[in-house]
Every structure is written in structure tokens, then in C-alpha cells.
Design a protein around this ligand. Structure first.
Ligand SMILES: *Cc1c(COP(=O)(O)O)cnc(C)c1O
Length: 366
């Protein structure tokens, strides 16, 4: 039982608002895959998936164990495992997860497994590399893949997909358009030879925002579900889903010349009132937020973090505000606060969200 008072509250209404925002941008028939990898972008993949399971067509996770957690929680929706390994393939089939097969080594291992179990028309997904150079087959691999698929009814290709390298960056528009046209060409060639047409998909959140024409049969929405589009204009239309809260554990009165925290990094010039809060770098707060760079909200007032961020705690300067032990502390509850937190941490929102550690209690508010 996690009764840690620091809690990440996931806003269910905001998730639905964001999902509907993207639905409105898409054709009615376009399917939606909700990306819930990395614990639902640092929230709780199981809570998010259970909440959204009747409202989306697919889920995706990065790794097999993330998919197993969803199945064990009773999620019945199809789940695409984006980055399986050969050693996980058996577990994938046992939990009715759908593997992305990205090279011959894993493709052949899966066909062998499908033969030995044996499986029948088991859904799999094939990824093509169109320029990200991360995972995926090359266009010239098509003939060899098709030959192997033609010989078996153990598996069925559920989708062909690719991933964009710079969909958020309009300065790279030519590159993205080229990725999309490579994918279109490769996929068409593939399914003509295959004899049936799997679903096609290439867009992530910023792909939907910038290149909606390439929505094909499905889109894969991750960060957008959690309230961030690409740029302020889209983000303003979305709602924040991650609300990180804590409380004041203790208040100290510091005399001039006294110091606060490790390495005595904060030195009081004047009489100072500090509040200690049970959240630290082990919970996902970068050390860059220390020494008056980052802030939290207490009783609607911004207060700065003083001294170094500790593993389990931060101290903030509450000299000028009215507050007491036990009062609520907001680490972030809006996109603006999350963006400020991210800027000071010198990172991107994806990292801020996924850095929220498992020690923090997660709840979902419907
Ligand atoms: C993480 C991921 C996504 C989601 O991307 P967002 O930018 O968060 O929408 C989509 N597709 C693949 C292959 C991914 O790895």
C-alpha cells in the first residue's frame, strides 16, 4: 500500500477532452491507438488504459511486460508491443499481445514460434524504417518477407507502419513528406504482393497536428493525450492531465547566517521561513530545479526551491506567505507550470512526465 502523500492525480476528464480533440481532427473511420508506454507517460498505464479502453481501438506499449500488466488488469483491447525482443515472444502470445516485427531475426523467430505452438492467423505488425533509422525493415526487404508470409497461415499482418523523425518541426517538412511518400509506396507494394490490405499508420501526435492527410487507417497518439500538442497553439486547446501534489511536512525558522540543505547551498541573509516537502530527485524532480530556479505553489502563491534538491525532499522559501504544516503543495497542475518546470530542468515535456517515479502514488480522477 502506497500511502505516500505525494500523489500524481491523473485527470480523467482531461484525458477524454484530449482524445476528443484529436478525434475531431480525424476522419470518422480513422482508428485511434493510445500510447500508454512508460507507465502512461509517467502516470499509470493501467489506470489510463482501463479508463480509455472502450474509447480507443488500440493501445501501444514499448515493452512486453508493460503489455502484460495491462492484460493482467483485465484490459481486452488489442495491444501493440512496439519493441519486443526474441526472448519475450512466447509471453507475447500467452497474453495475446501483438508484436511489432522490425527485422529478420525477430520475424523469423516469431514465425518459428507460431509454427511450433501452433498459432493460427496470429496478428502481427511490420514496421518499415523510412528515415528515423531506429527500428524497421528496409523497403528492399519486401520480397523476402512476403515469401515467408505466403508460406504460412500461422500469422496475419494486422498493420504496416512507420515512425516520423521530425513531425513536430516544420523546418523539416520536406523530410517528413518524403518519409510519408516512402511509406505509402512501400506499403502499397507490400500489400499488393501480400494479397490483402493490413491497416497502415505513421502519425504520432505532432504528425496528426501537422500532417493530418497522412492519417491512413490509424494514428498513434501519445503526448497529445496527456495535454501537449506541438507548440502553444495546440497545447492551449488541450487540457493538462498530470497533477503532481504534495504537502508541507515541516516549517523551519532560519536565522541570518544559517543554511538550508545539503552542502549548505542556501545561506539565509534575512530571517527566513522554510517549508520541507516530501518530494525529491528520486520522485522525478531534477536537481536543476534547486537553488531558486524552480518553484511550487502553496496557497496559490509561487514559492522558490531553496538549496539543493535532495533525494526525498525539497525545501522552499515561504517567508512571505501564510502557510502551515500539512498545507497542500502543487508541484504542477497546468501546462504552464509543467512547461516552466521542464524549461528549468533543461529538458522536454516527454522527459518531465516519464521521470515521475513509481514511488509517487498515482490516482485517476474521473
Ligand atoms: C512513443 C511513440 C508514439 C507516440 O508519440 P507522441 O509524440 O507521444 O504522440 C508513436 N509511435 C511510436 C512508434 C512511438 O514510439
Amino acid at each position: 500500500m502506497n500511502n505516500h502523500v505525494t500523489v500524481l492525480e491523473i485527470d480523467g476528464n482531461a484525458l477524454l477532452h484530449n482524445l476528443n480533440y484529436f478525434k475531431k481532427k480525424l476522419n470518422e473511420k480513422t482508428k485511434i491507438l493510445a500510447v500508454v508506454k512508460a507507465f502512461g507517460y509517467g502516470s499509470d498505464g493501467v489506470l489510463v488504459a482501463k479508463f480509455l479502453q472502450d474509447k480507443v481501438d488500440y493501445f501501444a506499449v514499448a515493452y512486453t511486460h508493460e503489455g502484460i500488466a495491462l492484460r493482467e488488469a483485465g484490459v481486452k483491447t488489442p495491444i501493440l508491443v512496439l519493441h519486443p525482443q526474441i526472448s519475450n515472444l512466447e509471453a507475447i502470445t500467452q497474453h495475446h499481445l501483438e508484436p511489432n516485427l522490425y527485422n529478420f531475426k525477430i520475424f523469423e523467430a516469431f514465425l518459428q514460434l507460431a509454427e511450433s505452438i501452433p498459432l493460427m492467423n496470429y496478428p502481427l505488425h511490420i514496421k518499415f524504417n523510412t528515415g528515423l533509422n531506429r527500428l524497421g525493415f528496409c523497403h528492399t526487404d519486401i520480397d523476402k518477407i512476403i515469401t515467408k508470409l505466403k508460406n504460412t497461415n500461422r500469422v496475419k499482418v494486422q498493420s504496416l507502419f512507420s515512425h516520423l523523425a521530425a513531425s513536430e518541426d516544420l523546418e523539416e517538412k520536406d523530410f517528413t513528406v518524403n518519409q510519408i511518400s516512402n511509406f505509402t509506396y512501400t506499403a502499397q507494394q507490400f500489400y499488393k504482393l501480400l494479397g490483402y490490405k493490413p491497416m497502415l499508420h505513421i502519425l504520432n501526435t505532432s504528425g496528426v497536428v501537422n500532417f493530418a492527410k497522412a492519417q491512413f487507417d490509424m494514428v498513434r497518439i501519445g503526448i497529445g493525450l496527456y495535454g501537449f500538442g506541438n507548440g502553444a497553439k495546440e497545447t492551449n486547446q488541450l487540457k493538462n492531465t498530470h497533477n503532481l501534489k504534495s504537502i508541507i511536512s515541516q516549517i523551519h525558522f532560519i536565522e541570518p547566517g544559517e543554511t538550508v540543505g545539503y552542502n549548505r547551498a542556501f545561506v539565509a541573509k534575512n530571517p527566513t521561513k522554510s517549508a520541507t516537502i516530501p518530494i525529491g530527485h528520486a520522485d522525478g524532480l531534477s536537481r536543476k530545479l534547486g537553488n531558486k530556479k524552480g518553484y511550487v505553489l502553496i496557497n496559490n502563491k509561487k514559492v522558490k526551491i531553496i538549496g539543493n534538491v535532495c533525494m526525498d525532499m525539497i525545501m522552499v522559501d515561504v517567508t512571505k506567505i501564510d502557510c502551515k504544516e500539512g498545507d497542500e503543495v502543487i508541484v504542477f497542475n497546468s501546462q504552464k507550470m509543467l512547461q516552466d518546470f521542464t524549461t528549468v530542468s533543461e529538458t522536454i515535456v516527454y522527459e518531465t512526465l516519464t521521470a515521475i517515479s513509481n514511488r509517487v502514488k498515482k490516482t485517476l480522477k474521473k
